[in-house]
Design a protein around this ligand. Structure first.
Ligand code: MRU
Length: 358
């Protein structure tokens, strides 16, 4: 049975104080079941990220930040040496869950920085623990604001467009709430605009079909599901004014990694004269890397392709290549919609200016 409205179910919720637990919507069960899982230890948080129970770059970062708080629960306030050893263990462990979305590493670095600053200021372990929970909550709360701002900038940029195409899921489920690419559509809807969205199903794990189609239907935004391979045809038929997707990591030159299949959409968009946009927060930029060539691309299990959702669809023993992400070169991107405004044209200089807040 189709799940009910999500309006009062938060994708990510931390319950309690420093000894509390993390609640997540299990995204692997959507759209058939809306089930909330509770993570009471760091292993469960790691597994939730690895298995995509929580996924999407900002959501992974938020979950990992709370995972640090949970991972430190095994150590008392009276053993400082053990606490600092455990902090390193927990952050390294969570960092090993998924390699591509930089928000994961950004959030873990932020948590470590706060802990170290307070240690240097002579604070007690009990105080640092409280501050770490506050930092995770701040990362979570900031992402809510960020998504709203991305929505506003994107809706202003795309106010003349009505027919969209998106890939994977860059919606409320992938963030604190509201999303990045989907925030643009939600804001246009809030502004009273009529719109329609083509949703790529997004092989092999169907985040488009299972999650984006679900979020759009929850909000009653007219949407049409297509197989990824149908995108060229709908573009050729003149049914797409603009493409908007999220991103997992953006290099200093604007090259953007996102779910596998995004790059081919950008190439198709260029062939059809359709503007291709990325919507992503500043926390998705990795200014330490020069270009998309340096972005680590996650490779996932071959069974995701040979046994999609448990059904064997390929001969046993066939070689499989399963990169989960691809990199879209900056020159194919019309604009990157951030919470600070739209980067366009997408050049190294424009990225640096936006990153510096100018
Ligand atoms: O493998 P996933 O489902 O975590 O991939 C997610 C994406 O590619 C999203 O488009 C991206 O993280 C942006 S989420 C706002």
């Amino acid at each position: 049975m189709q799940s009910e409205l999500t309006a009062d179910v938060e994708p990510i919720r931390f319950v309690g104080q420093t000894d509390g637990a993390l609640e997540l919507i299990d995204q692997t069960l959507l759209p058939v079941e809306l089930t909330v899982i509770t993570c009471r230890d760091v292993e469960t948080v790691w597994e939730a990220i690895k298995l995509l129970r929580v996924r999407g770059a900002p959501a992974i970062g938020i979950a990992a930040a709370y995972g640090v708080v949970i991972g430190l629960q095994t150590v008392g306030d009276d053993d400082a040496d053990l606490f600092w050893k455990r902090l390193d263990e927990v952050t390294d462990y969570l960092a090993g869950s998924r390699p591509t979305a930089v928000n994961l590493f950004w959030a873990l670095d932020r948590m470590k920085r706060v802990a170290h600053q307070l240690r240097d200021a002579g604070r007690s372990i009990a105080e640092i623990r409280v501050a770490l929970l506050a930092e995770a909550q701040a990362i979570h709360a900031e992402d809510r604001e960020t998504c709203r701002a991305i929505g506003r900038h994107g809706a202003a940029e795309l106010s003349q467009a009505a027919n969209f195409l998106t890939h994977c899921n860059a919606g409320g489920l992938a963030t604190a709430e509201y999303g990045t690419a989907l925030a643009v559509f939600f804001t246009l809807q809030d502004d009273g605009k009529d719109l329609h969205v083509f949703v790529d199903e997004t092989r092999p794990l169907l985040q488009g079909a299972r999650l984006t189609a679900w979020e759009l239907s929850q909000r009653k935004i007219p949407a049409t599901l297509i197989c990824d391979s149908m995108a060229a045809q709908v573009m050729r038929e003149g049914r797409v004014d603009a493409i908007v997707t999220g991103a997992d990591r953006i290099a200093a030159n604007g090259d953007s990694a996102n779910k596998i299949g995004t790059y081919s959409l950008a190439v198709l968009a260029k062939a059809h004269g359709i503007p291709f946009y990325i919507a992503a927060p500043i926390s998705t930029f990795d200014m330490a890397i020069d270009s998309g060539d340096e972005i680590p691309i996650e490779e996932r299990k071959s069974e995701e392709i040979t046994h999609g959702f448990g059904k064997q669809t390929a001969p046993a023993g066939i070689n499989v290549y399963n990169p989960a992400f691809d990199v879209t070169p900056a020159e194919l991107i019309q604009g990157i919609i951030t919470e600070r405004g739209v980067i366009s044209p997408v050049t190294r200089e424009m990225v640096a200016q936006m990153f510096a807040g100018k």
